[in-house]
Design a protein around this ligand. Structure first.
Ligand code: G3P
Length: 214
């Protein structure tokens, strides 16, 4: 399973990169706005830190505008993946980009049928937002299960990129289901390391070692 970090904050990416578990990065307009910098500057810097897929999202809502933005974004670096919204125009743009061999990430997916549309136009990644579904009292992980079944039924190669992950249980759940990638904020990634028994056990080992040295 691949781990992507979901942020536009370069310092978070640098810190997580040191752990050796980051395979790629996802951003969106909200995350870029939080960085207070331009998308082009942030993406350029991220590409110098992580050698893996880096998603950059288009702002245009019409196919022609999306393709124009995609052409500019792909000039930044070969690792840039074009993130497109799951709308009719976004799916149409995805079809055009897939035909040109450009990697895509179809975002804002909230249903299995939407994921089917993205797979049919050859999206590289589909991003179902599990946390936002949970926020509505729905089951985000059930959506991941549905998409996994459908993609496996037909041999679609679009990768399931579980997004809107809020906590370590989401990571465990989507890994159990067989999502290809989990993208998560820095905080959720950092939480994966922790267990109170690990801390307590280590404390005990160090105390016993110190005693044995006396
Ligand atoms: O990048 C897309 C997604 O991961 C956003 O998550 O927490 O804003 O629902 P969130």
């Amino acid at each position: 399973m691949e781990f992507f970090i979901d942020t536009g904050i370069v310092d978070e990416i640098k810190a997580a990169a040191k752990w050796g578990i980051v395979d790629g990065v996802t951003t969106n307009p909200t995350l870029i706005a939080k960085s207070g910098r331009t998308q082009a500057d942030v993406i350029k810097e991220i590409c110098a830190i992580i050698d893996g897929p880096i998603s950059a999202e288009v702002i245009a809502t019409d196919t022609v505008g999306m393709l124009k933005e995609a052409r500019e974004l792909t000039k930044i670096h070969d690792n840039v993946v074009i993130k497109l919204p799951l709308t009719a125009d976004g799916i149409s743009a995805c079809h055009a980009l897939s035909s040109d061999g450009i990697k895509t990430n179809v975002t804002l997916c909230f249903s299995a049928n939407q994921a089917l549309l993205a797979a049919k136009v050859g999206a590289t990644y589909i991003s179902p937002f599990i946390g936002r579904l949970d926020d509505l009292g729905q089951d985000g992980c059930q959506l991941i299960e549905e998409i996994r079944t459908i993609y496996d039924n037909y041999g679609f190669t679009t990768k399931i990129l579980a997004a809107s992950i809020r906590h370590p249980m989401h990571v465990r759940d989507v890994a159990m289901i067989g999502a290809d990638v989990a993208t998560m904020p820095y905080k959720a990634m950092e939480q994966l390391f922790h267990h109170p028994l690990t801390d307590r056990g280590l404390e005990q080992f160090l105390a016993d070692h110190a005693k044995s040295q006396k």
